[in-house]
Design a binder for this molecule. Structure first.
Ligand SMILES: C[S@@+](CC[C@H](N)C(=O)[O-])C[C@H]1O[C@@H](n2cnc3c(N)ncnc32)[C@H](O)[C@@H]1O
Length: 352
């Protein structure tokens, strides 16, 4: 079975593994921060439909790095890359199947090198990229083309591992063509839906829906029965409406302009509430955000059915305060740490 790896956002490894393990012929081999390695005989469509991953690569090399390698880097890389030329041929065949190229098509490539840890030096970047580029060109039918490549060869060298992969798609899988405005990364929205086990039986509320990214992902990827999005900002609701139009999810999502600190929706009507609460950066004093969180929790409690599920995306800083103010009838299910850009955050889930 061909070897692959995918890149995932910080904290989303477990979700990517769950998705991969649900596919019929996938064996997950190893997970590292930001990467999941697996073998698969799946067709291209099922791999390219993964919802929590950033990019997928055919794996060419994944080896441990030797201590003090920096002193002997060129020779070590040359040996590694030359000794893997037969595995490069096999990987290239797999890549061509995905890219729908015939086996005789010439493939233009460029190296996309990422050096981190002790190797993170601009002088090394140029050297490693051109060394790897020349070796690939000599040992395969690949042709270098920096400007219009068919294939990006991803090369990652850090203090622990040397990894090389052939990128399967030009755009990241996380780019959703049906979203015009992205407020929360689509992969994080999907992780929130997975964290509460969202299904086609569920009626969902996002009481602070912003551009409705979570709601659109819930409808498109989880087929949720119906959804309501509330926001107090008309400009946000305009973005949400644009997302609903582009994604054609408007028949199932209702947008409401309102203040979710006040309970104005029918009580006990939702199976699931998902919410990405403001992180407090726009709030002057901490008591203000705490007051907002208290009111939102009261609203969620009122509109959620008994046994309903809740998933809240919250900054690490506010997480404990939120947990402390939740009513005793909510049992805490799980806390998933992740990062939004560089900001540490959590998806916290409860069941009522
Ligand atoms: C971080 S954004 C939400 C992004 C959203 N989850 C998405 O998927 O696009 C937070 C939103 O909460 C809204 N908001 C803040 N206070 C609110 C309140 N009291 N009632 C309703 N919405 C509120 C803001 O207008 C903002 O759009």
């Amino acid at each position: 079975m061909p070897d692959f790896f995918c890149t995932v956002g910080f904290g989303l490894n477990d979700f990517a593994v769950l998705e991969l393990e649900a596919l019929p012929t996938v064996t997950v081999k190893k997970t590292l921060t930001g990467k999941v390695f697996f073998q698969s005989d799946c067709n291209a469509a099922s791999l390219l439909a993964l919802k929590t991953v950033e990019r997928i690569f055919v794996n060419v090399i994944h080896d441990e790095v030797e201590p003090n390698l920096i002193n002997d880097l060129d020779d070590w890389l040359t040996n590694k890359l030359c000794s893997k030329s037969s595995s490069l041929d096999d990987s290239l065949l797999t890549w061509k199947e995905f890219a729908k190229k015939t086996s005789d098509d010439p493939v233009k490539f460029r190296i996309n090198a990422r050096l981190s840890g002790i190797f993170r030096k601009s002088s090394l970047f140029q050297r490693v990229s051109s060394l790897a580029g020349s070796i690939f060109q000599q040992n395969s039918s690949l042709v270098k083309d920096l400007h219009k490549p068919d294939l990006e060869v991803f090369l990652h060298l850090n203090d622990n591992f040397f990894t090389v992969g052939l990128q399967l798609t030009k755009k990241p899988l996380s780019d959703r063509c049906y979203l015009d405005h992205i407020a929360v990364r689509s992969t994080v929205c999907v992780a929130m839906c997975m964290a509460v086990g969202l299904s086609s039986d569920d009626v969902l509320l996002d009481p602070m829906c912003g551009a409705a990214t979570i709601l659109v992902e819930a409808v498109k990827q989880f087929d949720c029965k119906a959804a309501v999005g509330v926001d107090c900002d008309l400009l946000q609701l305009k973005l949400a409406q644009a997302n609903l139009n582009t994604s054609l999810s408007y028949p199932r999502i209702e947008l409401v302009c309102g203040d979710s600190r006040i309970i104005f929706l029918k009580q006990q009507q939702f199976d699931v509430v998902l919410c990405d609460v403001p992180f407090g950066r726009k709030f002057g004093v901490p008591t203000e955000i705490h007051r907002l969180l208290t009111s939102i929790v009261n609203t969620i409690d009122a509109v959620l059915k008994p046994k309903g599920r809740i998933g809240i995306l919250i900054s690490e800083k506010l997480r404990q305060s939120l947990i402390d103010l939740c009513p005793p009838c909510w049992s805490l299910v799980k806390q998933h740490p992740l990062r939004l850009g560089t900001l540490p955050a959590y998806i916290v889930t409860w069941q009522k």
